[in-house]
Structures are given as C-alpha cells and as structure tokens.
Design a protein around this ligand. Sequence first.
Ligand code: 13P
Ligand code: ZN
Ligand code: NA
Length: 283
Amino acid sequence: ALVSSTQMLGEARAEGYCVGAFNVHTLEMLQAVVEAAEEANAPLILQTTVGTVRHLGPEYVAAMARVAAERARVPIALHLDHCQEEELIARCIKAGYTSVMIDASMHLFAENVERTQRVVTLARAFGVNVEAELGKVGGVEDDLVVDDADASLADPLECERFMELTKVDTLAPAIGTAHGIYKGEPRIDFVRLEEIARRVLAPLVLHGGSGIPEAQVKRAVALGMAKMNVATELRIAFSNAIKATFEEHPAENDPRTYMKRAKQAVKEVALAKMEMCGCTGKA
Ligand code: 13P
Ligand code: ZN
Ligand code: NA
C-alpha cells in the first residue's frame, strides 16, 4: 500500500540523506521512476502537480500509484505538489494521496499559517503528511509563475514560528532555487539554510531540483534538505526521447515504441537524482 511520506522523510533527515520526489504526468513516467527506485533500492515519492491532477483525475493517479506500491519492494508515497485549493486537497486525500502540499506562500504570514493549519487538521484524520512553503520559490511550475522580482527567501525566525503555529510535518523554505532550468547556476543561500535547519528539526524540502549542480545538492542535503522535488528534467528527457524517435522514424505510429524509449530516458534521470540525494540503498 502507499505509505505516508512522514516516516521516510523523518528517517532521511535523521540520517542525513534526501528522498527523491518526482513529478509524473503519464503511466510510463510513473513506471519509469518506480523502476528506478526499485533498481536503486530507494524510498520514493511520486508526485503530481495540480495541472496533472486536473489532466488525469486524482482517482486515476491514485490507482496507478497504488498498483505500483503493491508490487514494489520499496516504500512509495503519493504527494500532491503546490496546491492552493483546500477542496482539491480534500479530493486527493479521499482518492488515496498520502501526502499533500498546501502552498499559501503567496499570502502574508498570518494567512499562510491559517490556511496551512486548516489543511493540517484535515490531513491528520487520514494520517496524511502535509508540506507547506515559506518565502517564494521563483520560476515556472505548471500554472504557478513567480517572476525573479517576486521570488523571496524564507526568514529563519518565521520558519521557526511557522512550525510552532502550524505543526506542519515538512517545510519547504525558499533558499534561492527556482522551478525550471537555471540560466547559469542557482545562487543558494546556504547560510540561511543552516540557520533554518537549526531552528526547524522537521524534514526540509528542496524545490526546483532540476538543474542544481551535484555539489550544491549534496551540500543542501547535508544541511537538512530531506526531500528534493524534480519535475522539469524528467519532462525534458521524456519529450526529447519522443522527438528523437519521430526525427529518426517520421512514420512511427506505435505508442509502445516511442513510450518505451521515453520511459528509459526518464528512468536514467531519476536514477542520477537518487544517487545525488544519497537515498540509493536506503529503502
Ligand atoms: P524543477 O522543475 O526545477 O525540477 O522543480 C520541481 C519542483 O520544485 C516541483 O515542486
Ligand atoms: Zn516546487
Ligand atoms: Na530547477
């Protein structure tokens, strides 16, 4: 069965490694990261954005993830990424999601606290993990667009206060990473992260995992990041493999052929990220 992400992330933070959380949009993408986790013997978080939940329906996503969890030897959680709507969160929990993110980071602190508290209350009854965000992660993720000028870093004191007030399970503090591929390297504020990690003992979540150089990922993990979200690099690998197939074989019309190659490409990216996160062999 699907497990809550609370336990796997608690262990990751305690032992100083990070669990890969991968955004999937199709059955083959889901299978690809599950195969990667099995091969790496790593715990796994499957996640879908709000856009993907709308595209496929939460019940279909949960059904696919449940089958994967029944068959896999590694623990698998299903997480709803960056959701602003409480109604959709409730629907996903009802469908079988074992972890949810309430992203009220665009609101003032008090409002963020209030919205997060309501979701924590709802989720507790189902044993579902809750993630919240402080500061604003920049870049583009689905319908969520945050310009560089609007992106802001999390304040360590606010993080501590936020945890006391909301009792949320996991916290995503913005520390300079962004959604999508970076122009150049991300400028991660490691001093800030260290200060946040000193004040917040809960597992921390690193957003914007695509394009972060390995050394920076490892440094962030050593400082307390226990979950890393990866979306864009998987989409690019998947789409590029399909494009390459059609370039070589314009008449190709069998989805099984081009999906097979796309699946393999996604699996390779996922394996590389698991290695970077240090969760290989931790299942
Ligand atoms: P990337 O698209 O940069 O991998 O970010 C993923 C993410 O943070 C999903 O919430
Ligand atoms: Zn994110
Ligand atoms: Na990124």
